[in-house]
Design a protein around this ligand. Sequence first.
Ligand code: URA
Ligand code: CA
Length: 442
Amino acid sequence: MNMVEMILKKKEGGALSPEEIRAFARGAADGSIPDYQLSALLMAICWRGMTAEETACLTMEMMNSGDVVDLSAIGGVCVDKHSTGGVGDTTTLVLVPLAAACGAKVAKLSGRGLGHTGGTLDKLESIPGCSVEKTEEEFVRQVKEIGCAVIGQSGDLCPADKALYALRDVTGTVGSIPLIASSIVSKKLASGAGAIVLDVKTGSGALMQTVEESIELAKTMADIGALAGRPILALVTGMGQPLGTHVGNALEVKEAIDILSGRAGGDLLAVSLELGSRMLIASGIAADVEDGKARMMEALHSGAGLRKLAEMIAAQGGDPRVCEDTAYLPHAAYKISVPALADGYVASMDTTAIGYCAQDLGAGRKEKTDVIDPAVGLVMDVRLGDYVKAGQSLATLYLNKPELANPAVLRMQSAIVLSDEKPAPQPLVYAAVSHEEILRFD
Ligand code: URA
Ligand code: CA
């Protein structure tokens, strides 16, 4: 295999052979191909794209570059859900306990916050005592016993993706549909689930900002799932504003508990029901979307979902009393409101900037070694389309370092755009995409 020939071939728009793709994935995983050649090929892929065959082949090679989790001991169909990353996006903590309370087996490997987006592992670790580390055996046992587990990767999953992702992050080559699709799907296939529901975010807080590109990413991933014999259904959902009202680790856990207790709802619950109902269908439990949503709502109203979350927290070493009383979660010392500078409708939001604002307060990492403050973040006091008066609160900041307040207030004021015109309402779910069809709802 000649790496220079491969780079030239892709530069001219050619398709790489399966042997070439295998050599590329292996060389990335074992470090035998220098970063400059990997980077050059990644950039050529960004410009020239990949055929469906190349993308599927790259996915399978990345999956097989490391450990593959075996969930067969659990029995039945294990179902997983994955989001491409959002702000105030706590669907996992709402839908995993609800789906498990309905009888689904949810074995979920989650990630940490990345860039402006939050990560489920960081949120779970904000619960006193809660651990996200388990051996594969303990993970399988927990799912068998209580129906769900949400932990971090333990083995060496997809080392090719680890190497390529780190390079993409620093070479301007993240934004490529074949590279994103192969990165996400290889990890999901390696983590063992039989069926996968993906939440592809679209809008100002998402990796893909247009609906068309988001649908193309969703279709690419669903097609790879079909080739791999592991059905993938993807919903394209809005990220034109934080999904829930709370952004920050313990704050998002609190919102999930408030929802499971029936004290809160809104778009976060609505999207959780959309995704969760598809997980119940994939598990053979629900007949259709309406049936799935009705089952999840029943688990919410009966308290079964909240009890399941408490069980999962306890099984992972955490204090389940947080589910009874969210005062057991860490709190920030200061609370500061972000006032509107004028009257007007909330016309748009720079959701990425809002995510970075929470990160600035200490809710996320700027460098790999940064330590997260679990208590800090922000709570949105407005949604798109609301009318506000000057001085009214747009958001409330929760922080432990008072010197961070002023810059954060200014950043939030410029991220939330006010206008005299009422914006058109945006759909919550734009499309449902499977290998067989693309259903559009916008
Ligand atoms: N998430 C991933 O895991 N990979 C990407 O390439 C983008 C988002
Ligand atoms: Ca997330």
